[in-house]
Design a protein around this ligand. Sequence first.
Ligand code: TXA
Ligand code: MG
Length: 360
Amino acid sequence: METRLLELKDYKAAGHLSDADRKLIGEAAEVIRAGGLVAFPTETVYGLGGNALDPDASARIYAAKGRPSDNPLIAHISCIEEIGPLTAAFRSDARILAQRFWPGPMTMVLPKSKIVPKTTTGGLDTVAVRMPSHPVARELIRLAGVPIAAPSANLSGRPSPTTAAHCMEDLNGRVEVILDGGSCPIGVESTIVDVTCEPPMLLRPGAVTLEMLCEALGLEVEKDPVLEGEASPDLKPKAPGMKYRHYAPKAPMTVVCPKGPGSEEAVIRRVRELLKGPGRSAVICAEEHAPYYKGYADVIRESGPAGDLGRAARSLFALLREMDDEKVDRIAAEGFPDTELGYAIMNRMRKAAAGNIEWV
Ligand code: TXA
Ligand code: MG
């Protein structure tokens, strides 16, 4: 299959859609309606989209990604009216979260209605739904006239794509269209909240933080116990995708985190130690710390100014991809505090490092 890369030039230059951009999005929407696949930007990461109500389209998504078919897809909608047909029950707490955080980087797990095929939901009786805020995603869903099932547009196991170039790397020849709308402004996947249980449960942390969910609902949202520890055979994540190996660069990685505000020097000392040894080593660190690793690491990559969690989230997946491009043998990375957006970043880093985390 030939993959067409459609560049939304005006959107990338000016941040809003021109008629020429809309025309290209219209072509992509036509592909979705015809049962084809389109990779498209959202505010979190790029999605690999197909018609969520068409079992054949979801089967094609699993095949294109090389994804196990028990790992359900998120159905993306463009306005609140589109939720009705997808779910059998929209509880009042779900309504509050929708009002507060949609459109935006939050996905809710809800009881599914009959029209949602079980291929889309990986055999589950629930459906994950998200209304993205990215104008390209919204316009694509609106013009397609159907909810769009979209996992992240990477090959299974690779870091999620945050640019059209990442999508090309993974999906060239596997999808009909890639819509290039520039880099994703958030950079980590949406927060997933299960609203079929009481109280609601956080299944995957994202830019809508646990703190924000608790505040909106006025109660303690629980965390899926798998988020807290190492994967163990007795702990089964409620979001099936959280059990799969993810994001991992080819080289082993260790993440060194500060225990408190005073531990910056200890982090640098420990990272330097980890960089010693044979082969090619790489460090991922705060911009200000880069000079400390000169002469210690062969590859130095900055995750942004220290304390800028937004920048760190935006750059994380691109940096993990670069580690493979650079063919390094060992990676040491500076970690982040485990709260708010830092919690979402650390969730991905923990997986990339296969649980290899040190606190100093
Ligand atoms: O930000 C995002 O959510 C991106 C963009 C494209 O919207 N999408 C995304 O999809 O990250 P994906 O497929 O890579 O991750 C979806 C996660 C998986 O861990 C999956 O197991 C979980 O959501 N999930 C989907 N439906 C579910 C359900 N009914 N119950 C529990 N978990 C579900
Ligand atoms: Mg994914």
